[in-house]
Design a protein around this ligand. Sequence first.
Ligand code: GLY
Length: 390
Amino acid sequence: MRYFLGLLFLFVQSLPSMAQKRPNVGEEIKFAQVQAEQMLLEIKGITGSPEKVSPRTIENGKLKMVISRDWTSGFFPGVLWYLYDYTQDPKWLKEAQSFTAKLEKEQFNTGTHDLGFMIYCSFGNGYRLTKDEAYKDVIIQAAKSLSTRFNPTTGVIRSWDHNRDKWEYPVIIDNMMNLELLFEATRFTGDSSFYKIAVKHADITLKNHFRPDYSSFHVVDYSPADGSVRSRVTHQGYADESAWARGQAWGLYGYIICYRETKDPRYLQQAKNIAGFILNHPNLPKDLVPYWDYNDPGIPNTSRDASAAAITASALYELAGYTDSTPYVKKADAILSSLSRSYKSPLRGNSGFILQHSTGHRPANSEIDVPINYADYYYVEALLRSKKVK
Ligand code: GLY
């Protein structure tokens, strides 16, 4: 009996620590609010470049603001929308509306595939939370602009217009993230052409971007004449055959979106396969925050990418809702726990970014081991999603 009571005592004692493994969303959002306040303060102190509307990273020790055309311009407005979502504080609503409005003209931008990131994270969240009809119109127009980059011969949306001497029709794995905007536009308008473009893009990407181990190349270059594959490379990673960490996270998140929108089991299977590649990779550190490329021979003496971890955590929470949830929730919780424990900025530090230790474009020697807006966006999104799963 005494032995049994002893065991019971130990079990009861361990309950709080077991429970603590779930993210403390309230505390983390409190921290995120202090950081956002700091960032707003620093933005107000910047004068003389009104065209720079959104904070992206820290460069040479200073807050770097970018113009609305920058692919990352939607993430800070998105963070503000999530803060409003969680707190319902009108202060965040006002700021989110104000930073979102600064991106309005990008709805007509046909020069980039990144409209999903720019418009969906800002106006998309804005519409979800306010049902403002004007936001809906911006989303529909952005979907029209993005659709102009689809070519029926290749069956995919063209991602980049640069490096024309190297590539004829480059498509990057990141492009999967921009399909969400198209699915939403079909829901808003009843026009299935957006949906069809998204599905075709996802199918062709599934066929051409992945290796047998379910890792993906970064760029597939197509021939616009006949849709054949000209080359497969990894522009932002260590080598063409390597697995660039953020690319794997974009692919995972992208196929989960496609499953949510279509219920096509092939997309769910692809997402599970990508999750398997990421979570079982021998070079994934114990804290589940990957190095910037799974195959960098410099591991462990190279930079991490906290953004890839945040995107993965958010994706896994959604994936958990479509399948046997426990293993994915546990992994996502563990990622958030690592990020909140060891990857957060000092309080009010880093100009108000929430996380640090992300890697933007290492081969270009750009944004290495820095705070970056998309790490913050997916971290806060993941925190909010963590509340919705058991
Ligand atoms: N979409 C560009 C990047 O992930 O760096």
